[in-house]
Design a protein around this ligand. Structure first.
Ligand SMILES: [Zn+2]
Length: 162
């Protein structure tokens, strides 16, 4: 039995050399940073939301409210780990994940392989089952004006037959 889910996330960009820019658990060295209550790892957030969606378990905002003081600055690996636990509790595993990162800056393509390797460690699934793509909005809209970054993710889950 298969279940499919999608996850979408947006975060504002700022110039902040003191705040790390993390995508899928991988830190891109840049002056830019994503604004957020947690560490703002937009890719892990979209993946977590896609898994929750596939299982009809609500969304990341429900499980990790940004009003919650205890999750301020939280490492998003902790968020995804909790979601992965919920998934295995329901006897599901990830078949494959396809994500598209949308932004003008920073340029994502030089880091795609490192991001995939980081996701491979965090999600513990085969590297061939992880796809990370990058695109721009051709300078249109807020993302085109470099005001933020967006991520769209699709995940396919499969029931573990034991
Ligand atoms: Zn987020």
């Amino acid at each position: 039995m298969f279940r499919i889910g999608n996850g979408i996330d947006f975060h504002k960009l700022e110039n902040n050399p003191d705040r790390p820019f993390i995508l899928g658990g991988f830190e891109i060295i840049t002056e830019l940073a994503l604004v957020g209550h947690s560490d703002a790892d937009i890719l892990l957030h979209a993946i977590a939301d896609a898994i929750l969606g596939a299982l009809s378990l609500g969304d990341i905002g429900q499980h990790f409210p940004d009003t919650e003081e205890s999750i301020k600055g939280i490492n998003s690996v902790l968020i995804i780990n909790k979601v992965l636990n919920l998934m295995s509790g329901k006897n599901y595993k990830i078949v494959n994940i396809d994500s598209t990162i949308i932004c003008e800056i920073p340029k994502i393509s030089p880091y795609k392989n490192q991001i995939i390797q980081s996701l491979n460690k965090i999600l513990n699934i085969d590297i061939n089952c992880i796809s990370v793509k990058a695109t721009t909005t051709e300078k249109m809209g807020a993302l085109g004006r470099k005001e933020g970054v967006g991520v769209f993710t699709t995940v396919l889950l499969e029931k573990i037959i034991s």
